[in-house]
Design a protein around this ligand. Structure first.
Ligand SMILES: [Zn+2]
Length: 149
């Protein structure tokens, strides 16, 4: 990565983290001592999602964000909170070098976060992702939520 200030080729990465689906790198130019940031979206291992029926599909950040947006609709949870949850899941997989994650793991991870953010969003997300087919399942989830308080 060339330095945008002096053109020096061998800039150093001083910090690297995953944010909003992109690899964010802080770089330092040893020649002119200036700092700059790059965002790179390519070259990360494909993450597969293991679904309930034991099939796999490519992890889709947009789909996760959509599911979360539905759960938090008209609730006091910001889009920054949603993006942070998706980032956390992706960072966790990246850090642990995972190539697959199950829908259940994703759901549990999300529920863990939603529990402290908003109870209604928690129940909505659980109802979709744990496939509630009866009202009893709703009640069970609410009781679980209450018990963990
Ligand atoms: Zn430079």
């Amino acid at each position: 990565m060339n330095c945008p200030f002096c053109g020096f080729e061998d800039t150093k990465v001083v910090d690297s983290r995953f944010s909003e689906g992109k690899q964010r790198r802080r770089r330092l130019c040893p020649m002119c001592d200036k700092r700059f940031t790059t965002y790179e979206s390519a070259e990360r291992p494909t993450l597969l999602v293991n679904k309930k029926n034991n099939t796999y599909e490519a992890y889709d950040r947009t789909k996760l964000i959509q599911g979360l947006s539905f759960a938090v609709k008209k609730r006091p949870v910001s889009s920054a909170d949603i993006i942070a949850i998706a980032d956390e899941i992706e960072n966790m997989c990246l850090t642990e070098n995972r190539t697959q994650i199950s829908t259940r793991e994703i759901a549990n991870f999300v529920l863990e976060r939603l529990r402290s953010l908003d109870e209604v969003a928690y129940i909505r997300f659980a109802s979709v992702n744990r496939e509630f087919d009866t009202a009893d399942k709703f009640l069970e989830t609410i009781e679980e939520l209450r018990a963990k308080k």
